[in-house]
Write a protein that binds this ligand. Structure first.
Ligand SMILES: Nc1nc2c(ncn2[C@@H]2O[C@H](COP(=O)(O)OP(=O)(O)OP(=O)(O)O)[C@@H](O)[C@H]2O)c(=O)[nH]1
Ligand SMILES: [Mg+2]
Length: 194
């Protein structure tokens, strides 16, 4: 089947509410701790290694980067949270913009929360989930365990079990952007919001 995500284009990086693209169609945010593999997953979904910048250094993504998949679907690659000492400052710097964004964005339908499968649902992930539920109660949370290629099958299952218990959710995907496993299922999930 044709992968419509291949046509995805970068629109712009946003750091202020007034710079947001028009609030229309469906928007899905990609969130998670720094280095969780958000940008890599976006590139794997879109089969375009040059689309979003990837780095071994956490904190590479510093703006909310808007990508247009097609006229009525956008993906938003957010800066990572939970990064070392600067975390608090970074989250505080973002908060005013994100509060408004989450609370008022009609097109925002889902948040994909990426987590390294070796470190599932840390405190900052719980904070972010709670933040989403409080500001945007109708937002669907999708949990994605990344870097599946780094662990054996039984460790993958342990992480899934742990995450299910912690969140009470079955909306869980396991992917490896490196090997492109689980990516097609995730594409299907994202398209279901269109
Ligand atoms: N082995 C493996 N490494 C991965 C995978 N996905 C991402 N990585 C590596 O993890 C590191 C971080 O990846 P990014 O995609 O830049 O992470 P991010 O969540 O966008 O990070 P920030 O932009 O800093 O928030 C890079 O070194 C990637 O190559 C994967 O599926 N398998
Ligand atoms: Mg990134």
């Amino acid at each position: 089947m044709k992968n419509i995500f291949r046509e995805t284009k970068f629109i712009r990086g946003v750091t202020a509410f007034k710079s947001l693209p028009p609030d229309e169609g469906v928007e899905i945010i990609l969130a998670g701790r720094s280095n969780a593999g958000k940008s890599s997953a976006l590139n794997a979904i879109c089969e375009n290694p040059k689309l979003a910048r990837i780095s071994k250094t956490p904190g590479r993504t510093t703006e909310a980067n808007f990508f247009e998949v097609c006229k009525d679907l956008k993906l938003v690659d957010l800066p990572g949270y939970g990064y070392a000492k600067s975390t608090k400052k970074r989250i505080d710097a973002w908060a005013p913009f994100l509060d408004d964004y989450f609370a008022s964005r009609n097109s925002l339908k889902a948040a994909v929360l990426f987590m390294d499968i070796r470190h599932p649902f840390k405190e900052s992930d719980r904070d972010f989930s709670n933040y989403c539920s409080s500001l945007a109660p109708s937002l669907e949370l999708i949990f994605v365990l990344t870097k599946a290629d780094k662990v054996k099958k039984n460790e993958q299952n342990k992480a899934i079990y742990f995450l299910e218990n912690e969140t009470g959710s079955k909306n869980i995907f396991v992917v490896s952007s490196l090997k492109s496993t689980g990516i097609d299922k995730l594409r299907g999930k994202l398209l279901s919001f269109k």
